[in-house]
Design a protein around this ligand. Structure first.
Ligand code: DQA
Length: 172
């Protein structure tokens, strides 16, 4: 079991054929520091949506895609790394907005490399239009793909991308 708060959308048991339970693929949607402040935090850059709004959007999108999500936020680098590690053997993919740790954390990059799951990095803002120190992300080196600058919609796109990556892996 992952530590931290319980999954908001637990892997639902559905039935494809009578008698055969099917567990939906679980996607960890992990959010780094200060994203709990969305709505209040620099709305000119990050917009008015709160993290709860983004979670609701992810839940809606996941339902449409037949995915289960475990949506979390932490301000602590160690906790974020532990959550990534705990995805091994449990999650089918990771959507991550590492926030400030994108630009600083070799350890987070190493954890994502270690679990080697389909991973989409998301940023609400277009980090390439901002300060030079935001232009480099360690996480981008190990992510399957990166979406930035599209606000909360980026999370929905990331879930769609992960669904595609999982489907491609399954059919390989
Ligand atoms: C962010 C961009 C980062 O540079 C910043 O440190 C954040 C948020 C984004 O979503 O745009 O905290 O990841």
């Amino acid at each position: 079991m992952l530590g931290g708060p319980p999954a908001r959308t637990p892997p639902a048991a559905t039935r494809s054929t009578p008698g055969e339970p099917v567990t939906l693929p679980l996607i960890a949607v992990l959010n780094g520091p200060n994203l709990n402040m969305l709505g209040l935090r620099e709305p000119g850059i990050y917009g008015a949506a709160t993290l709860d709004d983004i979670e609701a959007l992810c839940a809606e999108t996941a339902e449409e895609l037949n995915l289960a999500i475990d949506f979390r936020q932490t301000n602590a680098e160690a906790e974020l790394i532990s959550w990534v590690q705990e995805c091994h053997g449990r999650a089918a993919g990771i959507v991550i907005n590492p926030a400030g740790y994108s630009h600083t954390s070799v350890a987070l990059m190493d954890a994502l490399s270690a679990v080697a799951l389909p991973t989409v990095e998301v940023h609400l803002s277009n980090i390439h239009r901002r300060e030079a120190f935001r232009h480099h992300s360690y996480v981008s080196r190990v992510a399957s793909g990166v979406i930035c600058g599209l606000g909360p919609h980026g999370y929905a796109l990331a879930l769609r991308a992960i669904a595609g990556l999982i489907a491609a892996d399954d059919s390989a």
